[in-house]
Write a protein that binds this ligand. Structure first.
Ligand code: FMN
Length: 152
């Protein structure tokens, strides 16, 4: 799997549009980024990625189940220092991404700000915000790679 794995659950495409923007910007900066549906991702795919994006819409006042199921399966693994970004579309309460970010921090992930929440379909400005997040992840991964190269 990719160096930057973006895992997404999206029923009507709103969260997926955010995920695509993050992935496209990271790829444009020559980062090995891949977008996958949560149903197709295994815990080991997350453990081998250096950075992980979680696209999580809110349903029934909770984060989408396929994403929490995946995160719960990571609980006994060491995720400390792994970079994460969290984002998702919502309709009225929108707590899904916040709850996921808290879970990830408790697991040791370094969750970047901002956790992006978008009401229903993203606007162009909101897509631009996702592109900035993709750029930030790319910059961090490049910095890590440079440090590893210098120490080799
Ligand atoms: C059955 C159902 C339950 C929902 N529950 C919530 C909710 O509790 N809070 C909220 O903010 N939005 C809720 N929504 C709205 C969705 O989060 C919203 O439609 C979102 O854009 C879906 O994103 P997606 O297209 O990526 O799946 C609900 C939508 C459906 C269909």
């Amino acid at each position: 799997m990719a160096q930057f794995l973006i895992v997404c659950h999206s029923t009507t495409g709103n969260t997926r549009a955010l995920a695509e923007a993050i992935k496209d910007r990271a790829q444009s900066l020559h980062v090995d980024a891949e977008l996958a549906d949560a149903f197709d991702v295994k815990p080991e795919d997350i453990l081998t990625a250096a950075a992980v994006g979680f696209g999580v819409p809110t349903f029934n006042y909770h984060p989408a189940r396929p994403i929490t199921h995946l995160i719960d399966s990571l609980c006994i693994q060491d995720c400390s220092g792994k970079i994460a970004v969290v984002f998702g579309s919502y309709g009225w309460s929108g707590q899904g991404p916040i709850m996921v970010a808290e879970k990830l921090r408790a697991l040791g992930f370094k969750v970047l700000d901002p956790v992006i929440r978008v009401k229903y379909q993203p606007s162009e400005n909101e897509i631009d915000g996702c592109k900035l997040l993709g750029r930030d992840v790319a910059a961090m991964l490049k910095r890590i790679r440079r440090t590893v190269d210098l120490n080799a």
